[in-house]
Design a protein around this ligand. Structure first.
Ligand code: FMN
Length: 419
C-alpha cells in the first residue's frame, strides 16, 4: 500500500523555479543552441536560401563533405580512468605564436553575404577568444578592416594566386604591412568546383532579385534589411565586375600555379607560409622539404574535388611521414569540439573551422560566432576531462581509434603516388 498525504504547498513552491524570460531575441535564440548543428538550424531559418546553400553546400554530390563529417563521427575514444583533470589547458603554440584554443577561423569568401557583419564579426570573436582569424582573398572586408577588428590578436591571410599575379602579390604585401603573421596559400582550386546548389538557385554575386528570391525573402526580412541598409557587398580587396560565383572564381584562379609560385611568394612574404589544400603524403613531405612552415590537410570543405581523400584519414600517415617537428593543420568536416580533440590526438597541431563559424555568423552575427566558439570550447574541455588529459600535449594516438567505414579496396591511401 502506498502511503498518501495532502500536498504540502511549501514543497510545491520550492519546485516552482521559473526563469526570468530572456527578452533579447538574439540572445534567447543563441542560448538555446547547444551544438553547431543547432546553430545551423537557426542559420537556415534566418538566411535566404541561396546564401545559406552557398555556405552549407559542397561540390557535385557533396560526398567529400559528408564523408569527412562521417569520419569524425566514426571515432572511438579511449579514456584513461582515475586521472583527475580538474583544470584543462586548451592553449597551443602555433606557427610562432599563441592560440587559446586548438582551432582558428578558416578563410571564407563572400562572408558578408551570409550575414552583414561578416569578417568583422569573425575577427572580433577571434580576438575575444584569443584565436587566429584568417581573411580570404575573396573576403568582403578589407585587410585593414580586419586588422581594426582584431588589432592585437593574430590575423592570417589566405592567398589565391590569380591569373594576374601582380594583384595577388600586392594583396600579400598589403597584408604583411598590416601585420598579418601567416599566409595560407590555397592550392586546391585550379578551377572552381561544381557547386550544384548554386547553379540550381541561380546564385550570383551580387544577389539578383527574382520572383523566387522575393518569395524566399518574405520570412527573412531582417537579412534583407541588413543587406539593403549596410555598405554594398563587394570584394573588399579585389575589384570585380560581378557574375555567377563560378565565373568569379574562375577569373580569380589560375590552373597553371606550381612550385615556382611558391618561390616567388617566399620572397614577398616575411612571415610564416602554410600550404592549404594538401591531400596526400608525398606532397606533404615535398612541401616540408621545400621549406614551407606548415600545411593544411584539407579538401576545401568538399567544395572542390568531390570524392577527394578524407583529410582526417590522411592525418596519421602524414604525421608519421613528416615527423614531429613540421606543422600539420587540418580542416573539413569539423562540427564538434570532440572532432578537434581527435585530430590533435592523431597528430594535428591545429585545426580550422569554416562552416561551424559561418553557421554561428548566420544565426546571430558577432554573438553567433561567439556562441560557436563557446560551444566548441566546452566540447573540447569536456572531452579532454572525460579522456583524463589536462593539456593538449597529453593527447596521443592511443586515445583514438578511427573506426573503419571507407577503406580502399586494394591498397592503403598512403601508397597512392601522384605523378
Ligand atoms: C562559404 C565558404 C567559403 C569559402 N571560401 C574560401 C576561400 O575563399 N578560400 C579558401 O582557401 N577556402 C575557402 N573555403 C574553405 C575553408 O577555408 C575551409 O577549408 C573549409 O570550410 C573547411 O571545412 P568545414 O566548412 O567543414 O569546416 C570556404 C568554405 C566555405 C564554406
Amino acid at each position: 500500500m502506498v502511503q498518501r498525504q495532502l500536498p504540502n504547498p511549501a514543497e510545491l513552491l520550492e519546485l516552482m523555479k521559473f526563469k526570468k524570460p530572456e527578452l533579447n531575441g538574439r540572445k534567447r535564440r543563441l542560448d538555446g543552441a547547444l551544438t553547431i548543428d543547432d546553430l545551423r538550424t537557426i542559420a537556415k531559418r534566418r538566411t535566404p536560401k541561396a546564401a545559406f546553400d552557398y555556405t552549407d553546400g559542397a561540390a557535385e554530390g557533396e560526398l567529400s563533405l559528408r564523408r569527412a563529417r562521417q569520419a569524425f563521427q566514426d571515432v572511438e575514444f579511449h579514456p584513461g580512468i582515475l586521472k583527475p583533470a580538474p583544470d584543462v589547458d586548451t592553449a597551443v603554440d602555433i606557427l610562432g605564436g599563441p592560440s587559446e584554443l586548438p582551432f582558428g577561423i578558416a578563410p571564407t569568401g563572400f562572408t558578408r553575404l551570409m550575414q552583414t557583419e561578416g569578417e568583422v564579426a569573425g575577427a572580433g570573436a577571434a580576438a575575444a577568444a584569443g584565436i587566429p582569424f584568417t581573411l580570404s582573398t575573396l573576403g568582403t572586408t578589407s585587410i585593414e578592416g580586419v586588422k581594426a577588428a582584431n588589432p592585437h590578436g593574430r590575423n592570417w591571410f589566405q592567398l589565391y594566386v590569380m591569373r594576374d599575379r601582380e594583384i595577388s602579390y600586392e594583396l600579400a604585401r598589403r597584408a604583411a604591412a598590416a601585420g598579418f603573421d601567416t599566409l595560407q596559400f590555397t592550392v586546391d582550386t585550379p578551377v572552381a568546383g561544381a557547386r550544384l546548389r548554386d547553379k540550381r538557385n541561380g546564385f550570383s554575386i551580387p544577389p539578383q532579385l527574382t520572383l523566387g528570391t522575393i518569395v524566399n525573402a518574405i520570412p527573412r526580412p531582417w537579412w534583407w534589411y541588413d543587406f539593403l541598409t549596410t555598405p554594398k557587398l563587394e570584394f573588399a580587396s579585389l575589384s570585380s565586375t560581378g557574375g555567377t560565383v563560378g565565373e568569379l572564381l574562375d577569373a580569380a584562379m589560375d590552373p597553371t600555379i606550381s612550385y615556382d609560385d611558391l618561390a616567388v611568394i617566399r620572397d614577398i612574404w616575411p612571415g610564416k607560409i602554410v600550404i592549404k589544400g594538401v591531400q596526400n603524403v608525398e606532397d606533404s613531405v615535398r612541401l616540408r622539404d621545400a621549406g614551407v612552415d606548415g600545411i593544411v590537410l584539407s579538401n576545401h570543405g568538399g567544395r572542390q574535388l568531390d570524392r577527394a581523400p578524407i583529410p582526417f584519414h590522411l592525418l596519421p600517415d602524414v604525421r608519421a611521414a613528416v615527423g614531429d617537428d613540421f606543422t600539420v593543420m587540418i580542416d573539413t568536416g569539423i562540427m564538434n569540439g570532440a572532432d578537434i580533440v581527435a585530430a590533435v590526438a592523431l597528430g594535428a597541431d591545429f585545426t580550422l573551422i569554416g562552416r561551424a563559424y559561418l553557421y554561428g555568423l548566420m544565426a546571430g552575427g558577432r554573438q553567433g560566432v561567439d556562441r560557436t566558439i563557446a560551444i566548441l570550447r566546452s566540447e573540447i574541455e569536456r572531452t579532454m576531462r572525460l579522456l583524463g588529459v589536462a593539456s593538449l600535449a597529453e593527447l596521443e594516438p592511443g586515445h583514438v581509434t578511427q573506426l573503419t567505414r571507407l577503406v580502399p579496396v586494394a591498397r592503403a591511401a598512403s601508397d597512392v603516388t601522384i605523378r
